[in-house]
Design a protein around this ligand. Structure first.
Ligand SMILES: [Zn+2]
Length: 446
């Protein structure tokens, strides 16, 4: 449970406005075009190959497995090397990392389509935004106001890249990739950087909270002394949006979608965009709520106790599955796991057989049965009447605290693990505040 201050790795995005010279602009545009060309050319080759094989099969011919062009990153790269002189004799004008990245992107598009996450890859068109990605080998920061992209040169940034540059300089940051985009007349670069962060020492468990995760009330938090301190209602993002979504999907399905040789209608595109917007609206609202709550908990409490939910097992219960997915229980615990590390607090996961809901928080009598629709806990032994979730949260908080009694002086059983925690956590560390830039990290960590 305890851990000394140690670095943890996370992925962050850094974006900056660029001030390229006219020559650099034309070079960047050439990379954009080159990358799109490779993507489309390879997609065309694979499609033609598959169509041909299908025709041969229809004609009763035997088609060997080797006759199919592969779609793995390496397959596509090999195909590009074989065809580039013939298809694009101008290819040496651009850096090879761009072509490589296009192969990787196309390979991912094939993987996503096979896994049912997206449609079959389509040709990339010139859009309102043109962007191109570079592999880590082709980009580096020169100083806090310049980056160098091979073949393009040293480009000035409008803002200081100090925060990111410091990480690179100290060796605590590593560029994974960079994407430059042109929107209107504006250029930006977005870096994906793997960052190592030193963690604060674990705080002494003075502020303790038990959190019950449920469906009607999403998060119910209580202290060991029975104070009800957290109450986050379930906004039912998905369930509420579902009606709107169904109608949007029905509208889209009535319109002219893309078919062989027929372009999709503008009305179809608009309807599709609407479906996408509803999807991302739901996802964003849910993400924000989880981020906000986990951040608050990790910052304001030293010891957070949650149930170790067997979410996967529960997802098999179809009646509840949609609601549980909507509430994102697993994501909540996952975020608490890393945020408690950032802020020096501790997460305790109660054994999932611990009867936090069935135990009376006043007299500790355990009920034999408690059905899901009993929203109020009524104890037959001592007469306690309390909201079911609040009762469970109090029990969780006490269970977590039970092991740290040597710190709080309450007496009772102490597990060896928690004894270690008590011994290493100094009270004067309780006020340790993490560095201020931790706040922004939440959204980009993976
Ligand atoms: Zn009782």
């Amino acid at each position: 449970m305890t851990r000394p201050a140690s670095p943890t790795t996370l992925t962050r995005a850094y974006a900056y406005a660029l001030d390229p010279t006219p020559e650099q602009v034309s070079s960047l545009r050439s990379h954009v075009g080159g990358s799109r060309f490779v993507y489309n050319a390879l997609l065309g080759l694979v499609k033609a190959n598959w169509d041909e094989n299908r025709q041969r099969k229809d004609a009763g011919e035997e088609v060997a497995k080797e006759d199919y062009l592969g779609t793995r990153h390496l397959d596509l790269q090999k195909l590009w090397y074989e065809k580039r002189d013939e298809l694009a004799p101008w290819w040496p004008e651009n850096g090879s990392s761009t072509y490589n990245y296009a192969c990787l992107n196309l390979s991912k598009a094939f993987t996503n389509s096979r896994a049912g996450r997206s449609k079959f890859p389509t040709f990339k068109k010139r859009g309102s935004v043109s962007s191109v990605s570079f592999m880590s080998t082709a980009v580096r920061l020169v100083d806090s106001h310049h980056l160098r992209i091979s073949r393009v040169g040293e480009i000035k940034t409008y803002e200081s890249t100090r925060k990111m540059y410091r990480h690179i300089e100290r060796g605590t940051g590593r560029i994974l990739a960079a994407t430059t985009s042109e929107r209107g007349a504006k250029w930006t670069v977005s870096f994906t950087v793997e960052v190592q962060r030193a963690l604060p020492p674990t705080r002494a468990p003075e502020r303790v909270i038990g959190v019950d995760v449920g469906l009607s009330t999403l998060y119910t938090g209580a202290t060991p002394t029975g104070e009800h301190v957290l109450d986050v209602a379930n906004p039912h993002h998905y369930v509420a949006a579902e009606k709107t979504l169904t109608s949007a999907q029905r509208i889209a399905s009535r319109r002219q979608g893309p078919r062989r040789g027929v372009a999709a209608s503008n009305r179809w595109k608009r309807a599709q965009q609407r479906v996408q917007r509803i999807h991302s609206g739901v996802a964003n609202a849910r993400r924000n709520l989880i981020h906000e709550t986990t951040m608050k908990l990790a910052k304001n409490y030293d010891l957070i106790v949650v149930e170790d939910l067997n979410v996967m097992g529960m997802l098999k219960n179809h009646a509840l599955a949609k609601h549980i997915q909507d509430a994102s229980w697993g994501e909540f615990v996952r975020q608490l796991e890393y945020k408690t590390k950032w802020y020096g607090s501790t997460l305790v996961k109660a054994n999932r057989f611990y009867p936090s809901s069935k135990t009376c928080s006043q007299c500790e009598t355990v009920k034999a049965k408690l059905s899901l629709d009993e929203r109020v806990f009524c104890c037959e032994a001592c007469g306690l009447t309390l909201d079911r979730d609040v009762n469970a949260a109090i029990n969780l908080a006490r269970m977590g605290l039970a092991g740290t009694n040597s710190v709080t002086g309450r007496g009772g059983e102490v597990s060896p693990e928690q004894q270690k925690l008590a011994a290493t956590a100094h009270p004067d560390e309780a006020s340790t505040e993490p560095s201020s830039d931790v706040d922004g990290v939440g959204d980009t960590s993976v």
